[in-house]
Design a protein around this ligand. Structure first.
Ligand SMILES: N[C@@H](CCC(=O)N[C@@H](CS)C(=O)NCC(=O)O)C(=O)O
Length: 202
């Protein structure tokens, strides 16, 4: 059976947990914390030299880090991974956007607000920069979601799963979707998918 090393309450882990639930893929789950130093232990670094969660272990003992890569692996053969060459590239374009422009602002701001130990030494100016960058990313999504139900058209792909994770509870990081009504509706569309699960908190 597949084994997922995950952190409860982490959006990056939730992406994988959500897709696995939607596709009814069974996985053994090992809960870890990125806050207690265990992801920097020698035994974990042997499995994942990047030292982050999530991490997927395949049946044959191979390891796959990075949430986006794990989504691609799990979605193989499903409707969440389009066959069409351009659509697949568009999907990846949103996933790279998530990693470079969205997650670094929304997840970082949420982390500062949710875990007080992460707020130490963070200036008000740095928080404002994260808010500014996060809203810029949400504006890009809103502009697309005014035109299409999901990010690359009428059907959900793993790009939607990837971007759902840190958008659905962006209020925890101090963001509001009041001026992003299409993004708020898109969240509801994802929550209505069969087998949807909320973010596991333990
Ligand atoms: N690009 C990675 C980011 C993973 C990541 O940042 N995970 C956090 C938990 S949400 C982590 O393990 N942080 C530990 C650390 O940075 O030391 C992915 O998408 O999987």
């Amino acid at each position: 059976m597949l084994r997922l090393y995950a952190m409860p309450g982490s959006g990056n882990s939730y992406k994988v947990q959500l897709l696995a639930a939607l596709l009814e893929i069974e996985m053994e789950q090992i809960n870890m914390s990125a806050l207690d130093g265990s992801t920097r232990s020698g035994t974990y670094l042997e499995k994942n030299p990047i030292g982050k969660l999530p991490l997927l272990e395949l049946d044959d003992g191979r390891f796959l880090p990075e949430s986006g890569a794990i989504l691609v692996y799990l979605a193989e053969g499903s409707d969440f991974l389009p066959d069409d060459r351009f659509m697949r590239a568009q999907m990846l374009s949103w996933m790279f956007f998530e990693q470079y422009s969205h997650e670094p602002a929304l997840a970082a701001k949420r982390s500062i607000e949710v875990y007080p130990e992460r707020a130490k030494g963070v200036t008000e100016a740095a928080k404002q920069t994260l808010l500014h960058r996060g809203y810029a990313a949400l504006d890009v999504m809103e502009s697309q979601l005014q035109k299409t139900d999901f990010l690359i058209g009428s059907k959900p792909t793993i790009a939607d799963i990837a971007l759902f994770a840190y958008t659905h509870d962006c209020d925890k990081g101090g963001f509001s979707l009041e001026n992003h009504p299409h993004t708020a509706l898109w969240l509801k569309r994802i929550e209505a998918l069969p087998n949807f699960i909320k973010m596991p908190l333990k």
